[in-house]
Write a new protein. Sequence first.
Length: 144
Amino acid sequence: MRTMGDIMVIIGFSFTKMNVERKTPISGKISISNNVSIQKVEEHKLSLSSGKESSLKFIFEFSSNYKPEIGKIELLGEVIYMDDEKKVKDIIKSWNKDKKIPKEIMSDILNNVLVKCNIQALILSQYMNLPPPIPLPKVQAQEE
């Protein structure tokens, strides 16, 4: 992610909804697919802004789906992103027109979301006795 020198910065992150469910006992081979998407982008007012910067709220959804359907993890939340006023207006215009966000901004936002969501999904899976939604390192015993 770029720094304040470039102005663009992620200044906030929060979860707004967490849903985790275990439907059936775990047995057999299980596959897990993770997905993250931006659901909405809207202008966000900052009370501490000097007026040269503006901010956006990116509303996201993250899910871990287990096959067979033994469970599901859903996380919703928002990322607050600050940039100069012109860039913010351009991003809003692009999103409203065709649901597109510039690649470098999208990768910064999604990487931030993935780090936090993968950690939270791992914690929730442990509470519900579901397999971890991300691969964890394993120790291999070696013969001497």
